[in-house]
Design a protein around this ligand. Structure first.
Ligand SMILES: [Zn+2]
Length: 80
C-alpha cells in the first residue's frame, strides 16, 4: 500500500527533501526556491514531481492492523 506525496527536484538544485502532502504546498516550495535563486542572480531548475511513499501510507495504519512483515518494514523505514 502506498500513498502519493509530492516533492520537488532538479538536476542542478537537487531535491528539497520534503514529502509534501499536497501539490499546492509543493508548488509553494518550488516558488520559494526559485525566488531564493533569482535573488542571488541564478535560477532554480526544480519542478514538482509525484512520488509513491510507503512511509506515509503505513503511518496511517495502526500498528495493531499490521502483520509481522509489514511491521518490520515500517520499523526499518522509520529507523532509516
Ligand atoms: Zn519542498
Amino acid at each position: 500500500m502506498t500513498t502519493i506525496v509530492y516533492t520537488t527536484t532538479g538536476s542542478v538544485r537537487g531535491t528539497c527533501g520534503h514529502k509534501h502532502r499536497s501539490i499546492r504546498t509543493a508548488y509553494k516550495c518550488v516558488l520559494r526556491d526559485h525566488r531564493g535563486c533569482v535573488s542571488q542572480g541564478g535560477y532554480s531548475d526544480r519542478h514538482v514531481t509525484a512520488i509513491e511513499d510507503v512511509t506515509w501510507a503505513l503511518a496511517h495504519v495502526s500498528m495493531r492492523e499490521l502483520d509481522a512483515d509489514e511491521e518490520s518494514t515500517l520499523v526499518a523505514l522509520m529507523c532509516d
